[in-house]
Structure formats: C-alpha cells, structure tokens
Design a protein around this ligand. Structure first.
Ligand code: BDR
Ligand code: CA
Length: 314
C-alpha cells in the first residue's frame, strides 16, 4: 500500500519539483496539498497548488489554504527575486479551474490524521505555521501522525534567509519551535544536506528528454530560479531543497542522521536559527525537549538520480 503524505507547501519553483516528484512516486499517495506563505503569499500559493495539480492531471487531490501570517506577526513578504513574482518563474500561468476546500489547512490536517491514524506522513516544505496551528487545534495529532519530515532549518550550516536562519524557519520561528518541541517523530531535512543536493546544468537538461507535462513545466520555470543561483552562489546549477524531503521519505538510506533536541532562535540576529544541543549534557532550554532526526549528510548524486528517474518514468 502506498504511504499517504500531505505536502504543506508555498509553491515556489523547488516546491513544484517536490510535488511532481511525490506525484510520480508509486510508493506515495498524496492525500492533499496544504498551502502557506513563504515564497509567495498564501493566496497565490493556493492558486499555484491548484494549477500544479491541473498540469499533473491530478485534480482529484484536494487543496486546503493555510494561514496568511505567522503565529506572532505579519508575513514579512515574498521573494520574487528567487521564485518570480508568480512563484513560478514569472511565466504567467492561466487561472486554475479548481478551487480550494472550504476548510483551513490546519483543519484539513487534523481531519485527515484523525481519519487515518498512524498512516499519514506530514511533509512541510514551507514555513511551519499550519503545522503549529494544527497542533494547537488538536494536540492528539502527535499520536496520529506517522512521521513529520520537513524541509527547513540549518543545524551546522549557515542560513540562507539571513546568516543565521533558513528561509522556512525564519518566516515563522515560533511555529517551528512548537513543531520541534512536540512529542512526535520529526526529521529535519535542512540546509546541512540540501546544499549538497545539486542539479548540474546537465541534470537539468535531462528534463528535456522526458516529454511529459510535469517535466516540461519544470523546464519552463527553472530559468528564473537558475539566474538567482548564478547571481547569489555563482553556480550554474541549483540546490534542490524541497525535493530532498521527499527523497528522505522514499529512501532514508540516502541520508546520515544525528539525533539532537532543537530550539529555534526567536529574537534578534539569531531569529530563525535552529540550534541543536550537540553536547552530552542537555541543559535548559533544551532540557526535556525530544531529540529529532537531523540530516547531516547525504549522497547528493544518488538523490538527484532518484528525482530524475521518477519524472522520467512518469
Ligand atoms: C526553502 O525556502 C524556499 O525558498 C524553498 O522553497 C525551500 O522550501 C529553502 O530554504
Ligand atoms: Ca518551499
């Protein structure tokens, strides 16, 4: 039986790649997409989620719109220089025909986990606000979830949204601290590994040979994203952040893990930094916090090969 996942997402170029990667993986059943601000505002993230499901021919999958702002303050704004003003590389897609459910992302997550206890993996690849709201709405989801595998954070690597923080965590550190502190199995697929999952220009050219609507769409939206990596990292290729979380769900053997409790910086320069307690003696404010799986190394080329294989065989 395929494993059910709910992808909480802010699409987003790399979110798009991750959603298509999951949809093309027979081991997974995508039970829904829930949307969040981050790369774009939540309203546009919802529109994009609906569009992506239409491109994939999977309008049977429900979409639930999430929070418009972080737990303790307004969303600080999208990143058009990374993902385009439309979150899809500025290609101006037509409006989707479908609409989102009339329940919130948090309600959808709670309903699905209640209906399928032990069966659903949450895969957040944006800020963690919806997941924190779901925890507040129904704390028993910690018992019902199979696993939480999130793209976000930086344990030992520097941040990307600031020198301290990774973008998803930096967009709602208070929510992230709740998610890392809850008593449920969490795996953090952060910059420590996603900066080592790189698609080269040759890997990207592979999509030209697939000849399916999902690969064609990825090819269409990548040029804008590639310009960002060229300008910011002097790289002709891209880092594949969000798909790395899907790769972990499919094949954890690609990754090396450490188990550490995590606190999230919520103030000042350190806002958005995920701080692991790596020492032997755990002191407050880490004391009493559950250890989470932190991905610290990855076989990047093998992960990229898996991503390519799934789209090629779509
Ligand atoms: C994360 O931030 C977003 O820009 C990407 O979609 C990814 O989820 C990487 O830091
Ligand atoms: Ca994302």
């Amino acid at each position: 039986m395929p494993r059910k996942i709910i992808i909480d997402t802010d699409p987003g170029v790399d979110d798009t790649m991750a959603i298509f990667f999951a949809l093309c993986s027979p081991e997974l059943e995508v039970a829904g997409l829930t949307t969040i601000f981050g790369n774009v505002h939540t309203e546009l993230a919802t529109t994009n989620a609906l569009r992506l499901l239409e491109i994939a021919g999977r309008t049977d999958i429900p979409v639930a719109a999430g929070a418009a702002d972080a737990l303790t303050g307004p969303f600080e704004g999208p990143v058009p220089f990374v993902h385009g003003a439309d979150g899809q590389g500025d290609i101006n897609l037509p409006e989707p025909a479908g609409t989102a459910l009339d329940i919130s992302a948090a309600q959808f997550i709670v309903e699905q986990l209640r209906a399928h206890p032990g069966e659903i993996t949450l895969a957040p690849i944006g800020p963690l606000t919806n997941i924190a709201l779901a925890l507040r709405l129904e704390p028993r989801i910690t018992e019902w979830v199979d696993e939480v595998v999130l793209m976000g954070g930086n344990a030992l690597a520097p941040g990307n949204a600031s020198p301290a923080g990774e973008a998803n965590i930096r967009n709602d550190p208070e929510a992230a601290d709740l998610v890392f502190g809850a008593d449920w199995p969490v795996t953090m697929v952060g910059l420590d590994v996603t900066l080592r999952v790189q698609m080269t220009p040759a890997d990207i050219a592979e999509y030209e040979r697939h000849g399916n609507p999902m690969s064609d769409h990825i090819l269409h939206i990548l040029p804008h994203y590639r310009r960002y990596f060229e300008a910011s990292y002097d790289s002709k290729g891209i880092f594949v952040h969000d798909s790395s979380a899907i790769a972990y769900i499919l094949d954890p053997s690609l990754f090396t893990l450490r188990r550490w409790p995590i606190r999230v910086g919520v103030q000042g320069l350190g806002r958005g930094k995920t701080w692991p307690a790596t020492g032997g003696h755990i002191l407050p404010p880490w004391e009493g916090r559950p250890a989470v799986n932190v991905c610290v190394d990855v076989e990047g080329e093998r992960a990229v090969a898996l991503m390519q294989q799934r789209l090629r065989e779509a």
